[in-house]
Design a protein around this ligand. Sequence first.
Ligand code: NZQ
Ligand code: ZN
Length: 390
Amino acid sequence: MMNPFVYDIPTKVYFGPGKLEHLGTELAALGKRVLLCYGGGSIKRSGLYDRVVAQIQGAGLELWELPGIDPNPRVTSVRQGAQLCKEHGIDVVLAVGGGSVLDCAKFAAAGACYDGDPWDFSTGAATPQRALPLVTVLTLAATGSEMDNGGVITNLETKEKLGRGYPCMQPKVSFLDPTETFTVSRYQTACGSADILSHLFEIYFVTGDESMYMLDCFKEGMIKTVMKYAPIALEQPDNYEARANLMWTSSWAINGFAGAMQRSGWSCHPMEHELSAFYDITHGLGLAILTPRWMRYILDEDTQGRFYQYGVNVFGLDPALPPREVAERSIDLTEQFLFQTLGLQSTLTDLGIDSENFEVMARKACGGKILPGFKHLTPQDVEHIFEMCL
Ligand code: NZQ
Ligand code: ZN
């Protein structure tokens, strides 16, 4: 029987150029004192910072800032954000940037309503019951953080990168203007596209009772969308159609709709979070390196049907070919897309990573026991997959 589910995606989205003119009104409806969170300066270079500040000032709101949020956002920034909110009686948190900025803002918004250390929300030691309202302005199509309630925070001291989601952290309003992603570099465009694809693979490669025909078609359509438009965005960074398709797919890949029936966990993401925690690498790059290895490792009699469907429906492979051949070809084509079309580095060795920490990383990825997914993985399995990436 197919799994029952709840549909609830309470983020209001403004999509397209010009919609930022509603930012001031939306913020004003949520409060008077705004904390603006952003990263290392891309929004200043693009002019978005000025447009956002103009909206805040135009609406007569008061502004505080949390700048300098790093990729793989640190818990230190989260703590700083929560502290600023408490000190200044902030009413609403505004995140302007990529997934790292949005994730940090989510945990800071929850930390603002909590007496303890907001890292507790990442470890699961505490569950946030409340958070300040969050508004986002997205500048990079990748994580889907603009329309989900999750976030991933890094603690450099403990070498942990932990992802958690809580309903109170769901953005109230998100502004998605594809033209704001015209300035995203070739590398970050490729990594973001690999991340979107991985979100789709994590929910596409599931057992029969975890999906339905309608959702399969939707997921296959989104996978094809990324494969069609990412190469165009790489060659023509200001191609609106390509950027718009990537941006809206980034939101829908992970906003809870397409994966609603899934019960089993994700596979490549927990493995990648260990890579980022130990080596501070770009999330999408780590996923790209892991994905084809994971696929090859789990391909067997039980899983090949799903890879066959993927090969036929996404790559248009001949359905009359033997299922194993279609499955293997589909993995070859995935690999080709990630490393040749997107041009991403293909091995951990390329990134200067060796096997030194694989055992401990594998154990952590499995939470000490097992990584439950499309195919359950033991720490030994995960270690083997890391080794395949060398
Ligand atoms: O810091 P700035 O100067 O803004 O530059 C950023 C950063 O260097 C730059 N950038 C962003 N928008 C730009 C731009 N450069 C030029 N023009 C623009 N318009 O891109 C760099 C990377 O930014 P980052 O926010 O780190 O990228 P991304 O959006 O890929 O976020 C990655 C983080 O999100 C987490 C990842 O683990 C990682 O920590 N994830 C969050 C998820 C979620 N909330 O649901 C799910 C994902 O699976 C993922 O784990
Ligand atoms: Zn991801």
